[in-house]
Ligand binder design. Structure first.
Ligand SMILES: CC(C)=CCC/C(C)=C/COP(=O)(O)O
Length: 283
C-alpha cells in the first residue's frame, strides 16, 4: 500500500517512510526504489526502503517479541517502542482535547443573546445563580443560625464546612491548571473570585455534585424531591456548557471532584460533641 511522503525533510516527524523536499505530502510507493535526493531522511533511518517498511509495519508490541528478526538499524527495539508510546499518548490526548473544544463550542447555544438558544440564556443564568457559592454559603449560614435542634445545627455546620472546603479545593485546582475559559464565553457572572477566570474545574459542577449528595443523604426527602435534587445537579452542570462558561471536560471532572469531596466531608464530619466544644469556645 502506498504511503504519504512529506516533501520537507525538516518536518517529516518520526515516520521513516516520510520523505520531503518542499513542505507538501505526496504518496510514496513502498515497493519502488526510493529517489534518495527526494527523501534524504531515509539515510538517517537506514538506507534500504524494506527496512523502512518493516519499521512501519512492525507494531511496537510485535517488535519487542521479535527484536532479533527485524534487526532494526535504529538501536534496540525497546528504544523505538518507548519513542512510539509517548507520541501515541500525546495524539490520544490531543484528539480528546479537540473533541472537547469542538463539542463545547457546539453546545454553547446560550453563550449570548443572539446565540441559537439565546432566549434560554436568562433561565440558564438563574440556574447559574442557584449553583453559585454565595447563595449556598448565605443560605446554609442562615439555616444554621435559625436551627433550634442539635441535629439540625450539626447538619448545617457540616454543609457549611463542605462548601468552604469546595471553594478552597476548586480554587487550588484552578490556580494550578490555569485553563482559560472557552473563547465564546461572555464573562458576565456575578461575584467572581480571582481564580474564577479559569475554567478547570467547574466550581458550579463540584458544588452541585457535593451538595446534591449531601441533601440526598442527610435530608429526609420524598421521592419526587429526590428526583428534583438530581435533576437540579445535572442542570447546573449542563448550564455551564450551554452558557459557554466551561468545556465539557471541566464539568465532567467537576462532577467527579464534587462527588469525591462529599466523601471528604463525611470523613471530617463534625459530631455534636465537637460542635458543642466549638460553640462553647466561640461563646
Ligand atoms: C466568591 C464565592 C464565594 C464563590 C465563587 C463562586 C464562583 C463564581 C465559582 C465559579 O464557578 P465556575 O467555575 O463553575 O464558573
Amino acid at each position: 500500500m502506498p504511503s504519504p511522503k512529506v516533501k520537507n525533510p525538516g518536518r517529516s516527524g518520526g515516520s521513516p517512510v516520510l520523505g520531503s523536499s518542499n513542505g507538501r505530502y505526496e504518496f510514496l510507493s513502498l515497493t519502488k526504489p526510493l529517489n534518495r535526493s527526494s527523501s534524504p531522511h531515509l539515510q538517517r533511518q537506514g538506507s534500504d526502503p524494506t527496512t523502512a517498511r518493516l519499521r512501519v509495519s512492525e507494531s511496537p508490541t510485535r517488535r519487542r517479541g521479535s527484536s532479533s528478526s527485524t534487526g532494526s538499524a535504529s538501536g534496540p527495539p525497546e528504544e523505538d517502542t518507548l519513542r512510539l508510546n509517548p507520541s501515541f499518548i500525546r495524539v490520544a490526548l490531543s484528539s480528546l482535547l479537540a473533541i472537547d473544544l469542538w463539542t463545547s463550542k457546539r453546545l454553547g447555544v446560550c453563550a449570548c443573546e443572539d446565540s441559537s438558544w439565546g432566549s434560554m440564556r436568562p433561565l440558564m443564568k438563574l440556574v447559574e445563580i442557584s449553583g453559585h457559592g454565595i447563595p449556598w454559603l448565605a443560605g446554609t449560614a442562615y439555616c444554621l443560625y435559625k436551627s433550634d435542634s442539635a441535629a439540625g445545627q450539626e447538619v448545617m455546620l457540616n454543609l457549611l464546612m463542605g462548601l468552604v472546603l469546595d471553594l478552597v479545593l476548586v480554587a487550588i485546582v484552578k490556580a494550578v491548571v490555569r485553563r482559560r475559559r472557552p473563547a465564546h464565553n461572555r464573562m458576565d457572572m456575578f461575584a467572581t473570585f480571582s481564580v474564577d477566570c479559569y475554567s478547570f474545574p467547574s466550581g458550579h459542577a463540584t458544588r452541585a455534585a457535593m451538595c446534591g449528595r449531601f441533601l440526598l443523604t442527610h435530608l429526609v426527602l420524598a421521592a419526587p424531591l429526590r428526583v428534583l435534587v438530581l435533576l437540579w445537579s445535572c442542570l447546573v452542570g449542563l448550564s455551564r456548557v450551554l452558557l459557554g462558561r466551561h468545556n465539557v471536560t471541566d464539568v465532567m471532572f467537576g462532577f467527579w471532584m464534587g462527588y469525591c469531596q462529599y466523601n471528604l466531608v463525611e470523613m471530617l464530619w463534625l459530631s455534636p460533641q465537637t460542635l458543642q466544644t466549638l460553640l462553647g469556645q466561640l461563646a
